[in-house]
Write a protein that binds this ligand. Structure first.
Ligand code: NDP
Length: 339
């Protein structure tokens, strides 16, 4: 079994030397355990936070342990009555080809219906639109922004795993949805494939003032709700266009994950526009997951949400793919295809 361990904590930018690839034997199963062969590993921005021991909402990942991570795969051996070889499962198996899972613990392993045919959800999408990133978009939109039909909602990192699901969910609620993403190719995809009403390429702008003008043109009624994934210039520009009593779901600040500061230039706009801004962590809201997943699985199965994926090949490629994602090199959900 190949595994990737956290070898050291990054100082500033994370690098490949923070990771270590090892090969181990898979232990024999005890009662209640299941052996899962991973098909895909999910690479997510939150992992950068776990690599560090700075104060956060979750404990840091221990040094010398297998990197934490969401996985989908297939049961190959089972000593648990509810799981049988061949079952497709989603869990937190970590950066490794195989995982021994204590399946008796509630919620650690879930069976899923997966397939590549019409009306089906491909297995990998349970790590993206039909999984944690999708539920994240759902929570911020439905529980924090609470848009009404016809209102304008925006999202940064619009082509990504969370952003793409957000667009489909907002369209399903009759909103005008405007994305912000890096580069023409991503923006074209956001509008043409994901069905956003408009998308602004923030890389065309060097300051919040000019980005704000582009937002004004794309959001003639102003912005009623915004979902923030990045921080910095994008958030500044959105704040300059947000309507009175607008809402902001503060989901991520990826611009700062490698240690760079993400200043907010005009925080007084939060006051003068009487904004409700709420940070949230999706894993603290397990109560919404069934309802959110039902809608998201439906959107994917019906073809209304066609999420894009960037797939690295083999476990050894995971560190570079992860570091690339932290620089925006991914296009859609970043995955690693395993054995
Ligand atoms: P994405 O698939 O969106 O990938 C990250 C994207 O961020 C990049 O592709 C890049 O797109 C964009 N980006 C913008 N600015 C920067 C920058 N300065 N440096 C690097 N990337 C940048 O990732 P996810 O959809 O998985 O996650 C999106 C956000 O949601 C993250 O901030 C993540 O931490 C957060 N999140 C929060 C959760 C919660 O519970 N609060 C749960 C899950 C995710 P582009 O090229 O368009 O700039």
């Amino acid at each position: 079994n190949q595994q990737i361990l956290l070898a050291s904590r990054p100082e500033g930018e994370a690098t490949a030397s923070n990771f270590k690839l090892v090969t181990t034997d898979t232990p024999a199963l005890r009662d209640g355990q299941v052996l899962v062969r991973h098909h895909y590993l999910s690479l997510d921005p939150y992992m950068r936070g776990r690599m560090s021991d700075a104060k956060s909402y979750a404990a840091p990942q221990a040094l010398g342990e297998v990197m934490i991570g969401g996985t989908v795969g297939e049961v190959v051996e089972s000593r648990h009555p509810k799981f049988a070889p061949g079952d497709k499962v989603v869990g937190m198996g970590g950066w490794q080809d195989y995982a021994v899972v204590d399946a008796a613990q509630p919620g650690v392993l879930s069976k899923v219906q997966a397939g590549d045919g019409p009306g089906q959800v491909p297995l990998s999408h349970y790590l993206g639109a039909a999984g944690m990133p999708g539920v994240t978009a759902w929570y911020g939109l439905v529980k924090i922004i609470e848009p009404k039909p016809g209102q304008t909602v925006t999202v940064s990192a619009a082509s990504g795993a969370v952003g793409s699901a957000y667009g489909a969910l907002a369209k399903a609620r009759g909103c005008r949805v405007v994305g912000i993403a890096g580069g023409k190719e991503k923006c074209d995809y956001v509008v043409n494939d994901l069905g956003f009403d408009a998308c602004i390429d923030y890389k065309q702008y060097t300051d919040a003032g000019s980005l704000s003008k582009a937002l004004k043109a794309a959001c003639p009624d102003g912005i009623h709700g915004h979902f923030e994934n990045v921080g910095g210039m994008v958030l500044d520009a959105v704040l300059s266009r947000i309507n009175a009593h607008g809402r902001i779901a503060l989901c991520g600040m990826i611009a700062g994950y490698n240690g760079a500061p993400v200043p907010l230039t005009y925080p007084q706009l939060l006051l003068t526009q009487r904004i409700r801004l709420e940070g949230f962590i999706v894993s603290e809201h397990m109560e919404v997951w069934p309802e959110a997943l039902k809608e998201l699985v439906g959107l994917v199965a019906s073809g209304k949400l066609r999420p894009r994926e960037t797939v690295a090949s083999g476990l050894a490629a995971a560190p570079e793919a992860f570091l690339g994602m932290l620089k925006g090199r991914n296009f859609g959900k970043q995955l690693v295809k395993l054995v």
